[in-house]
Structure formats: C-alpha cells, structure tokens
Design a protein around this ligand. Structure first.
Ligand SMILES: [Zn+2]
Ligand SMILES: [Zn+2]
Length: 138
C-alpha cells in the first residue's frame, strides 16, 4: 500500500496527508457506520494518529458513545457533509480514515470484516477474509 497518501472531502474544504501505511484495513458493518456512510458498511483504514496532517481546515466531529463506554468522534466536512475520519478515546494513538475520502482508493486491500453481527442480510461478506462479530481484540 502506498505512503504517503492523501485525501479530502467532496467539496475540497478539508484536505489531509498521511505519511504512514495503514496498520490494518477493515470493513465495519456496525449500525453507526451504516447510518453515517449511507451504505451497508464503511471501509476503514487504521493509521498512527501522528502520521496524519490536516493541510487546510479541520473536520467537524460528531460524538457517539461506543459499546465499551468510550467516545467515537466521527469527522466530517461541515460544508459538504462528506465523512473523512474517526477518533476513538479507547485508542488515542490511532486514527481511522474512511477509504471513501482517499484521492485514490483503488489500492486499498481490505483485511477483515468487523461487527459482522450487525451486517445486513443483503450485504456480501467475502469468505476469504476474517470475520469478527464485534470489535476484535487488539
Ligand atoms: Zn467538503
Ligand atoms: Zn463501524
């Protein structure tokens, strides 16, 4: 997977660069990702938090309580609404980047499926990948 890589929102207000390769890539089938993404899952790239720099403006964050009591903050562009990234207070050393925001998402290789317990019956789960009903242990 290439690094550095870059991305941004739909309207171009928010741009970022990431200097590291993703630690892992997962399709998340939780209900929150479904509601926020507008689809059956979100494809999430986990990267070290210090490897990401915002080059223009900062996203607006919407906080939700996650199932283990920590806070998930979903970053989106306040102008166009596109989702960019996600922070989790349980793992302050990492940042999650949504594959949809990459300038070139074609190189992404999904390694696993998580929160498959809430996957939709019309969703396709690739049997070649590892499946976790909830969040896998780190
Ligand atoms: Zn935007
Ligand atoms: Zn999710």
């Amino acid at each position: 997977m290439p690094s550095p890589f870059s991305g941004g929102c739909l309207c171009g207000t928010i741009r970022y660069e990431c200097s590291a390769e993703p630690i892992m890539v997962a399709n998340c089938h939780c209900r929150d990702c479904q509601r926020a993404s507008g689809s059956a899952f979100a494809t999430n790239l986990v990267v070290p938090v210090e490897s990401v720099s915002l080059t223009t403006a900062s996203p607006t964050y919407h906080d939700t309580l996650a199932d283990r009591g920590h806070t998930m903050s979903r970053g989106f562009c306040p102008t166009c609404g596109a989702r960019l990234m996600l922070k989790n207070t349980a793992y302050p050393d990492i940042l999650v980047i949504h594959a949809s925001s990459l300038d070139d998402p074609s190189w992404v290789r999904v390694g696993m499926d998580i929160y498959t317990a809430s996957a939709q019956p019309w969703d396709f789960l690739d049997p070649q990948r590892r499946h976790f009903p909830h969040m896998p242990e780190r």
